[in-house]
Design a binder for this molecule. Structure first.
Ligand code: SF4
Ligand code: SF4
Length: 434
């Protein structure tokens, strides 16, 4: 099995939700759709209070190159456009839609035929209009990523899902195998590459088997590579290193070494946009944690409140200590459950008070120079040195340790026996330097 240098196997707690087939959450009575859910420029609303919209109607757009369109996720009336809680930005402008209960589709959502006749330019336009972003984490606009500035020779599809607890990509691979493969073939056509490889960790053997069989059956020229289960195997640069043995230099991007990396969820969204003319107004979210009564994988409308997902999962088994959007390593803690699901919401994780205490008790002790953070860092950094810069309030000195190479995987913080908040420090250094 292929892998990269550094990293470590982390107990995944995936058993909580991996056998839970995707269920559709009942339609919410209201959605809150932020106008910023992606990397790049914030969208401007193209609707106003009182307007009627249908499911899939465009409600926000931007004329900037790096941005992604936003659509209504149910039919109804625009109740308001105002600042609302946002799981990443804290607060952001959002369009509030009250459902009419009918879920009437926008007239533009009609199944397409003769897909094979669509040109690269037409496919890119469809993806842009559908507001597709990378669903693996960064929510980068797909139409920009799939049209790189330099020639590339390989499309890598990320089916790793190395973040503990999360299983939404795994369920997608099992339940929507054909659609994902069709989406990948479309991306292959857009980029114009021969080589397509899907990387999946060894702990998802059912998905590996299923995808391999389908590729043989449908005669797709796609290779499935089994990777060692190790965190953070799903990080772009680590995936490229493991599968292709190419190193993305500091400050460069995958296309600088001839590669485009895309997530299986994105491939599914591309399929939906092209074949079904469906904008990205819903996604699969893993709701999990020992604290959740019924961990689940749910197909939910963008803009649905976290609280509704948690209620659908029958609430909590004990008092929650922390609610996180995403997984425990790279996710973001939230201060309320009155937050909308956005395009980048792969999971909602609830940790108990006991679990949180175990990790936070006795935090931030002195560094004992054990070197564990150095050994685990997948990009070969000196995390302890950056952490000491923060402790001594010498942020200017931190530049020599290349803080911007940090992919914020959190592995150093995870292994530190002194429970130093290394990643928080690195984020601070980055923010101050910027
Ligand atoms: S968070 Fe940054 S410094 Fe820490 S292990 Fe990951 S890449 Fe290295
Ligand atoms: S793991 Fe923690 S204690 Fe060990 S060297 Fe790194 S910062 Fe210091």
């Amino acid at each position: 099995m292929k892998t990269f240098k550094g990293g470590q196997h982390i107990d995944g707690f995936k058993h909580l939700s991996r056998e839970m087939a995707i269920k559709t959450l009942p339609l919410p009575s209201q959605v809150i759709i932020p106008l910023s859910q992606h990397t790049g420029a914030v969208c401007e609303p193209v609707v106003k209070k009182g307007d009627m919209v249908k499911t899939g109607t465009l409600i926000g757009t931007s004329d900037k190159l790096i941005s992604s369109r936003i659509h209504a996720s149910l039919s109804g009336v625009i109740k308001d456009i105002l600042e609302y809680n946002h799981p990443i930005l804290g607060q952001a402008q959002a369009v509030i839609i009250d459902s009419d209960g009918n879920d009437t589709l926008d007239s533009a959502i009609v199944k397409r035929t003769k897909i094979e006749l669509l040109s690269k330019e037409q496919l890119l336009e469809i993806i842009k209009n559908a507001g597709i972003v990378g669903l693996g984490g960064a929510a980068f606009p797909a139409q920009v990523k799939l049209n790189p500035l330099k020639p590339v020779d390989t499309l890598l599809i990320n089916g790793v899902e190395c973040e503990p607890y999360l299983t939404c990509d795994y369920r997608l691979m099992l339940e929507h195998t054909n659609s994902i493969l069709k989406g990948i073939v479309l991306m292959q056509k857009i980029i114009g590459v021969e080589t397509v490889i899907i990387g999946i960790e060894e702990d998802k053997l059912e998905a590996i088997k299923l995808l391999r069989n389908k590729c043989v059956e449908k005669k797709y020229n796609i290779e499935i590579v089994c990777l060692k289960a190790k965190y953070p195997q799903g990080a772009e640069k680590q995936l490229i290193k493991a599968i292709l043995d190419r190193e993305v230099p500091s400050g460069k991007l995958p296309f600088d070494v001839g590669v485009i990396v895309s997530n299986v969820g994105t491939a599914f969204a591309v399929f939906e946009a092209v074949y079904n003319a469906k904008p990205l107004y819903e996604r699969v979210v893993t709701v999990t944690g020992k604290c959740v009564k019924q961990p689940s994988n749910l197909k939910v409308r963008i803009g649905t409140r976290f609280k509704e997902l948690l209620d659908f999962c029958q609430g909590f088994t004990q008092t929650p200590g922390k609610i996180i959007m995403g997984g425990p390593m790279m996710g973001m803690s939230q201060y309320t459950d009155d937050l909308p699901v956005i395009k980048g919401t792969s999971g909602i994780l609830v940790l108990s008070q006991k679990e949180v205490q175990e990790f936070s008790q006795g935090a931030d002790q002195s560094c004992i120079r054990c070197g564990r953070c150095v050994n685990i860092c997948p990009v070969g950094m000196l995390p302890y040195a950056l952490s000491l810069c923060v402790e001594m309030n010498k942020l200017d000195k931190a530049a020599q340790y290349n803080p911007f190479d940090c992919i914020e995987c959190g592995a150093c913080t995870y292994v530190c026996p002194a429970k130093r908040q290394i990643l928080s420090g690195i984020r601070l250094i980055k923010a101050v330097t910027r």
